[in-house]
Design a binder for this molecule. Structure first.
Ligand code: SAH
Length: 408
């Protein structure tokens, strides 16, 4: 089905007020309000598994075994969980233990970037992107101290929603609005699947919530997935290797900081230094204007030596002048930040474009001269439409799409 036909204005942010017109996530994969038995098996915490097994009259130590099968061994079929009895495997199958989706396609870019298309059982096709890291790419998480690690580092960029409600005018994901948020099981599944596509000598080092969707729009699922991913019995990736990128949803930023003591990396898409321009290109700014955003960033409980990431997509004639660079430096002066400058990647439904390379360079130099640490993010994977903002909605059979439930 054509994505045009399924899109509607009602699943986007209200362009005049920035109000969210859609509920966050409410579908078969959402966890909020559910008992441990009802939560998707891949989204269950270890403690919830213990409860589930108690309810089944099974020993609590089974919880760790099953958690390991799912989150470490990436075995989703109970038949292959060989240290469990046949009877228990049958029970697990009946209780719905299965993968939440499957890989539909993998595109590989000439630069080694891999884009994985996942088809979810509850109707959503999303992409995640594996990006081989090098110091020159300017991604925030390149850690100089670990330079001598023999493994080649890969960063995985995952999606959190099918579509997006934020409506940023330069972003392909935002053009059709939101169809549904992904549940924690579907977020974690992307990380598990990506491990199958690592090459010998590569290591999944960092995780960025920078794919399709706004991770703080449905905070509970993002929070749960961060906790599941961190668990040593599972993927074991600590929050400091993870960066959550947001359009600037102020309450969500506050909760994230509080719930993880500032350990989760935070990236904020700023893209403009005054409310007039920011509201024009990012409707959400009308709800949470720059001053409010700056206040919550100042309050974010950053651990020592950590910095916030500010993303700034450079758009020709909109936000790319040297005066803009000066204003950006002034705005960020009292924050511990590094800035990722992203020359805008072209998208089909917009005439906006990147500045000339020499303007990008001049902007960067001006910002650096003002003492702001900044990088120009190199394009990765744009020959397979995997670069920032290019993850668009894939066509999907509407019968299979689990619709959002009405606003609660
Ligand atoms: N919703 C989150 C994460 C998704 S987008 C957020 O807004 O931060 C990840 C980054 O890519 C954001 O900084 C986003 O503004 C940027 N981006 C989106 N479209 C882009 C485009 N066409 N070119 C360059 N960057 C883009």
């Amino acid at each position: 089905m054509d994505q045009q036909q399924t899109s509607s204005e009602s699943n986007k942010v209200d362009g005049s007020t920035g109000e969210l017109l859609v509920p966050s996530v409410a579908d078969a994969t959402v966890t909020r309000g559910k008992s441990p038995e009802e939560i998707h098996p891949l989204a269950r915490t270890l403690e919830e598994w213990v409860e589930v097994f108690r309810g089944m009259g099974e020993k609590p130590f089974r919880a760790k075994q099953v958690y390991r099968w799912l989150h470490q061994d990436r075995v989703f079929d109970p038949d292959q969980m060989t240290n469990l009895s046949k009877a228990l495997r049958e029970k697990l199958k009946k209780a719905g233990v299965a993968a939440p989706g499957q890989v539909a396609n993998v595109h590989e870019s000439a630069d080694g970037t891999r884009k994985i298309l996942i088809d979810f059982v509850h109707g959503a096709k999303i992409e995640c992107v594996m990006i081989p890291m090098s110091p020159d790419i300017g991604v925030d998480d390149y850690d100089e101290e670990e330079e001598d690690s023999p493994k080649k580092r890969v960063t995985l960029c995952i999606s959190t929603q099918f579509g997006c409600a934020m409506g940023c005018v330069f972003c392909a994901s935002g053009q059709s609005g939101l169809f549904r948020g992904l549940g924690a099981a579907e977020v974690v599944f992307q990380v598990l699947v990506a491990r199958d596509y690592l090459r010998p000598g590569e290591e999944l080092k960092n995780l960025v919530f920078m794919g399709m969707g706004e991770p703080l729009h449905h905070y509970e699922e993002t929070e749960r997935s961060l906790r599941l991913i961190a668990r040593p019995e599972g993927i074991g990736m600590s929050p400091r290797r993870v960066t959550v990128s947001t359009v600037g949803l102020v309450p969500g930023i506050r909760r994230l900081g509080r719930d993880f003591d500032g350990k989760v990396g935070l990236a904020v898409s700023l893209h403009a230094t005054n409310d007039a321009v920011r509201s024009e290109i990012m409707p959400m700014n009308k709800r949470y204007p720059i001053a409010e955003l700056m206040k919550v960033l100042h309050e974010y409980p950053l651990p020592p030596r950590k910095r916030l990431t500010i993303e700034y997509t450079l758009i020709k004639g909109k936000n790319d002048s040297l005066e803009d660079a000066d204003a950006l430096a002034r705005l960020l002066r009292s924050l511990r930040v590094k800035v990722n400058l992203i020359p805008m990647n072209p998208i089909e439904k917009s005439n906006l474009e990147a500045p000339e390379p020499k303007q990008v360079l001049a902007f960067r130099e001006r910002l650096a001269a003002a003492g702001i640490s900044c990088f120009v993010r190199m394009r990765k994977g744009d020959d397979v439409s995997a670069a920032c903002g290019q993850l668009a909605l894939q066509s999907i059979d509407p019968q299979r799409l689990t619709r959002r439930s009405p606003r609660s």
